[in-house]
Design a binder for this molecule. Structure first.
Ligand SMILES: Cc1ncc(COP(=O)(O)O)c(C=O)c1O
Length: 404
């Protein structure tokens, strides 16, 4: 009964570790910032909060000139906002197949009357930019309006090469916009909107931004803004042009999600205080520790890292394939209910065949070690054959990276 589970949660001593790849653990500073009364729409302090969020997002996106639009929505909402603005029904986008999330975006695009052109999907490997280039070259009528790329596909745990995608578009001499989903990669992996020639970046609050779910945002450069302005397709809530203006009520096409904005403002300030480069470096060290543990566990023959290309392994989430016959749902339940570590299952074709450990956002070395210790205990308790010393190998990896 759900009521019993809720009561059980209250009785747990200590913390239950949240290691899903979003939502992620929220810092006390962010929770506390949200614990405030809303303001009236005309209060200049509200305008200042919104301005701070816009500036903070530009900082983490590394863009000086892009317009930033924020929405009371999740990642799916900003996907749709982006395609509603850029493409009229019947128009096409090229979606490099990165896995579950590129496919979901493609399905959403098709459901709203647009055309999705997919590249072939190769599980375990990053996208081949030469296929993107060839597809664009073959588009003689220049029908493809945009390349919609998922930077880190949270299902596969693979981070794809944005620079290679920009080079592919340029090499093909194609006018398609480069649109990048940074939902799982922002403030986690290196990303620089302006330097990479990204026209539109699409993100959400609940992952690297260490905030509750519910705030989506889109950064739009001048060229993408022009494409949207020429798109005569009727739209209202999502419309970028309708949201341009001074007033908070106009920027959000209605009442802004104020308490979420207080939280996001605080989270962006935390990132700025730690330093964006330090944040990215921390994620790389923690991700490596997780990979080391999984490599050790894998010597038992039951598990393996999904991503076959080490340098493409995400620093946000690690996807671990399991041998046939292993009950992933039972493993997750054991980990969550007995060892207080919540991690995610496989998605799409990997449902029941993989599990995923999130290591992004408000995480540090002891949290990662606690997570790995809990996962290791759950693996042992479930009788899954693993190479031992995964968690202590992770500790050694951390000591090497952070001990100097
Ligand atoms: C890379 C990526 N894009 C988009 C989404 C969709 O976001 P949401 O679940 O907030 O709608 C997710 C969700 O996990 C994601 O990981």
């Amino acid at each position: 009964m759900t009521v019993d589970i809720a009561h059980e949660t209250l009785r747990i001593p200590g913390e239950r570790f949240l290691h899903s790849p979003g939502p992620t653990p929220i810092p006390a500073e962010v929770l506390n910032a949200m614990h405030r009364q809303p303001m009236d729409h005309g209060d200049p302090r509200l305008d200042a909060v919104i301005a701070n969020c816009e500036a903070g997002l530009r900082h983490v996106l590394k863009t000086s000139a892009a317009d930033v639009f924020m929405y009371a929505t999740n990642g799916h909402g900003v996907w749709e906002a982006t395609t509603e603005n850029l493409l009229a029904p019947g128009e096409a986008a090229l979606i490099p197949s990165t896995g579950h999330f590129s496919e979901q975006w493609a399905l959403q695009l098709e459901a709203t009357g647009r055309r999705a052109i997919r590249t072939p999907y190769r599980a375990g490997y990053p996208v081949d930019a030469s296929v993107v280039e060839a597809t664009l070259r073959a588009d003689a009528k220049r029908e493809i309006v945009a390349v919609l790329m998922v930077h880190t596909d949270t299902a596969s745990g693979i981070t794809h090469d944005v620079a290679a995608m920009r080079r592919a578009i340029d090499a093909a001499g194609h006018p398609a916009l480069l649109v990048v989903d940074v939902v799982a990669s922002l403030a986690v992996s290196p990303f620089a909107m302006d330097a990479l020639g990204v026209n539109v970046a699409v993100g959400a609050s609940q992952k690297g931004l260490m905030s509750p779910p519910g705030l989506g945002f889109i950064a739009v450069d001048a060229r993408a803004g022009e494409v949207a302005s020429r798109n005569a397709c009727p739209r209202y809530y999502w419309d970028w042009n309708r949201r341009r203006g001074e007033y908070s009520y106009q920027k959000f096409c209605g009442t802004p999600p104020q308490n979420l904005l207080y939280g996001v403002e605080a989270a962006l300030a935390l990132i700025a205080r730690e330093g964006l480069d330090a944040v990215i470096a921390r994620h790389a060290v923690l991700a490596r520790a997780v990979q080391v543990a999984v490599e050790r566990w894998s010597s038992g023959g039951a598990l393996q890292l999904h991503c076959r290309v080490p340098e493409a392994r995400s620093t946000a989430v690690t996807t671990i394939e399991v041998r046939e016959g292993i009950d992933v749902a039972a493993l997750r339940t054991a980990a969550r209910e007995r060892f207080q570590v919540a991690f995610a299952g496989g998605l799409g074709p990997f449902e029941g065949r993989a599990f995923r450990i999130g290591h992004l956002g408000n995480v540090n070395a002891p949290m990662i070690l606690g997570c790995l210790g809990g996962v290791e205990a759950a693996l042992i308790a479930q009788g899954i054959p693993i190479g031992r010393d995964g968690a202590s190998s992770a500790a050694a990896s951390l000591a090497q990276a952070m001990g100097a």
